[in-house]
Design a protein around this ligand. Structure first.
Ligand code: 4AZ
Length: 263
């Protein structure tokens, strides 16, 4: 959610180039993509993606996503945890619908925020939560630090979340999923300039936009080959042509995450 806020601050800097960039990428103005629901794709369930966790406040209002990586550890975005405490946060597993009451609700006994984190656009956007109650859901595997080739441009990645289905829209009551292609680092740098920190971030989306993560999807997974490879972090708006979603490049943080998972 704070990713979008930061993106809006960035917007003032890059807005002038946005229309020109979109036109350049798409050719004729008539080729501008029609507005589509984002996280596009389709509805799904936590039965299909059992590691998909809701990060909620103490009243179980979802504000971010997270990925179960062991029975008591959840990977999410650092920016999701800003201002949160172990008392303010809950993790909910096995709940496909935001208005559901089923599944497992856990308190959090520890919030580890990557110590380097300052702002999503500076990178380091990873946090690990330790659960007070073990989750009985199958966890996801995550990339090891050596698997950097998973981010080859054009590779299909899967995104998941309950976030807004259009920029400035409403959240989805049901979990949604979509697939988006990984974008090359050079292309993402062209979109975002120095806010794209190649070592810590990877971009995904279509040149024409239309499918993307959005507000409320932050902290959730980017899966490549079914393995957790990224964390929804930030972007300029949502699903805009020429502005792909930006994800934490998890290979950079695998060892730090493993240290927390084993702690
Ligand atoms: C957010 O605010 C957010 N389009 C998540 C993803 C993106 C932008 C904002 C990427 O949670």
């Amino acid at each position: 959610m704070f990713g979008l806020n930061r993106a809006r601050k960035t917007a003032a800097v890059i807005a002038a180039g946005a229309a020109a960039a979109a036109t350049a990428l798409l050719g004729a103005p008539t080729a501008v993509a029609a507005p589509q629901p984002i996280v596009g794709g389709s509805t799904t369930t936590t039965t299909s993606y059992p590691f998909m966790m809701q990060i909620t406040d103490a009243s179980q209002n979802q504000f971010c996503g997270g990925t179960l990586v062991s029975s008591t550890k959840v990977v999410t975005a650092a920016h999701c945890m800003v201002g949160e405490t172990t008392s303010s946060v809950r993790v909910v597993g096995g709940r496909t619908y935001l208005n559901g009451t089923n599944g497992t609700v856990s308190r959090v006994s520890k919030i580890w925020i990557n110590p380097g984190y300052t702002d999503a656009t500076n990178g380091d956007d990873v946090a690990v939560l330790t659960l007070s109650t073990a989750m009985s859901y199958t966890p996801a595997s995550y990339v090891s630090s050596s698997q950097t080739s998973v981010y080859a441009a054009g590779t299909t990645a899967r995104i998941l979340g309950w976030g807004t289905t259009s920029e400035n829209g409403s959240s989805s009551n049901q979990l949604r999923t979509a697939t988006v292609p990984i974008v090359s680092d050079s292309s993402c740098a062209s979109s975002y300039g120095s806010d794209f920190v190649q070592s810590d971030m990877v971009c995904a989306g279509y040149t024409s936009g239309g499918v993307d993560t959005c507000q409320g999807d932050s902290g959730g997974p980017l899966l490549i080959g079914g393995v957790l490879a990224g964390i929804t972090s930030w972007g300029e708006g949502c699903a805009e042509a020429g502005y792909p979603g930006v994800y934490t490049r998890l290979t950079t943080f695998s060892s730090l995450v493993t240290a927390q998972v084993n702690s």
